[in-house]
Design a binder for this molecule. Structure first.
Ligand SMILES: *Cc1c(COP(=O)(O)O)cnc(C)c1O
Length: 397
């Protein structure tokens, strides 16, 4: 008999009842150190007092109206995002997938309105992840995500990650946009080097192609900058945000320049819940806190410490780990042992990590994790790695 919850996930036998900062408390009382943050979501940790305060205050006033009316919290969050980024304008969604949908629509509509309706193609890269809607799985192109779901939305071109020659050859007079994650998340914490980010921006400028950056996972302070593309000194035309922006409340956004957004006039897009007063109250608080340069300095300092300890961990367990990847607090350990074994051993050692493609485990802690917690996390990862090693040795006996 089918479970009453549609079984599209393989769930671990863990049931968390409470969260406190970087900690998750299982119903049996065990305290897990959370290096997953609900997949890069809880940027300020669990039940962050600042967020609980704004959420409960707004909950007592007004939850939802609809975008037929003015929503001051939405306006305020949009102003904050414009202030902290390249963007001139913002549309709010409830998720990253919905942000991907709009990014694709916006890029195509731009060219349509410019009198070049043939420019519909979106170039994407191996290992990318933009969500699970029909457009987002077409963007990914991988068989794992698209197989069996009928006709795939047309107009996506898939290229090897980081192959600049292939990219140059692929941009034609039917290309609308290039879409990529500055640091691939699901793909295995694979950052694109700054010089390639710059070269892609230059290619877009030469050809008029729009640059869409998916910062759903790597944005909102996670890389040590407010948005990860800032490290390369470039700006996109369109950017997708979600995950961390709501600090745990479902919220997403598409940020764009005035030019890139010029096709999206009244009536061309909409959302019932997108930009609702509750979500935007929380989002504005997140952006206020994470957008503070002093907070981002702290993220980089903690990330430096964490990375140094992880390098030591990799050196100490050459049978289990291969290398440390990532930037800021979006980090990955490329594994030699099966990554799912390492994640499981982590559960036994009371530390939560998240698997990714390319045999990587992701470390995406709350951005305000303390130095003591980082030390404790590495102690627990060390215990997990030792258990994996012991299992390797006992199975080879
Ligand atoms: C998670 C993710 C998405 C999809 O976001 P949802 O909120 O799950 O719809 C899109 N892009 C990237 C890079 C992501 O990590």
């Amino acid at each position: 008999m089918i479970p009453s919850v549609l079984p599209t996930y393989n769930r671990a036998p863990l049931q968390f009842e409470k969260g406190e900062g970087s900690w998750l408390i299982e119903r049996d009382g065990r305290r897990f150190l959370d290096l997953g943050s609900g997949i890069a979501v809880n940027v300020l940790g669990h039940a962050a007092p600042e967020l609980v305060e704004v959420l409960t205050e707004q909950a007592g006033k007004l939850w939802h109206v609809s975008n037929l009316y003015q929503i001051p919290n939405q306006q305020r969050l949009a102003d904050l995002l414009v202030e902290h980024s390249f963007a001139d304008t913002v549309f709010f969604t409830n998720s990253g997938t919905e942000a991907a949908e709009l990014a694709v629509k916006m890029a195509r509509k731009y060219w349509y309105e410019k009198g070049a309706p043939e420019r519909v193609e979106i170039i994407t890269f191996d290992g990318c992840f933009h969500g699970r809607s029909s457009a987002a799985i077409a963007a990914s192109g991988s068989e794992k995500m698209t197989k069996g779901f009928g006709p795939i939305l047309e107009g996506f071109v898939h290229l090897p990650w980081g192959d600049m020659e292939a990219l140059k050859a692929a941009v034609t007079d039917t290309t609308a946009a290039i879409m990529l994650e500055p640091i691939q998340g699901e793909g295995g914490i694979r950052p694109l080097p700054d010089d390639q980010m710059k070269a892609i921006r230059a290619l877009c400028d030469e050809t008029g192609t729009l640059l869409i950056l998916d910062e759903v996972q790597c944005g909102i302070g996670r890389s040590g900058r407010f948005f990860a593309h800032e490290w390369a000194g470039i700006t996109p035309d369109i950017l997708m945000s979600a995950k961390g922006i709501g600090g745990g409340f479902p919220l997403g956004a598409v940020l764009a320049t005035e030019e890139a957004a010029s096709g999206m006039t009244a009536g061309t897009h909409g959302s019932t819940y997108g930009g609702n007063p509750l979500g935007c109250a929380v989002g504005a608080k997140v952006v206020e806190i994470v957008g503070d340069p002093a907070f981002l300095d702290g993220v980089n300092a903690r990330a430096g410490l964490f990375r140094q300890k992880l390098e030591g961990l990799v050196d100490a367990h050459p049978e289990v780990f291969e290398e440390v990847r990532g930037q800021g607090l979006i980090m990955g350990l490329k594994c030699k042992a099966p990554n799912t074994d390492v994640v499981k051993a982590g559960y036994d050692a009371l530390v939560i990590t998240v698997p990714a493609a390319d045999n990587v485990i992701r470390l995406l802690p709350p951005l305000n994790i303390s130095e003591d917690e980082i030390a404790e996390a590495v102690t627990r990862l060390d215990a997990a790695a030792s258990a994996v090693e012991a299992a390797i040795h006992s199975s080879s006996d």
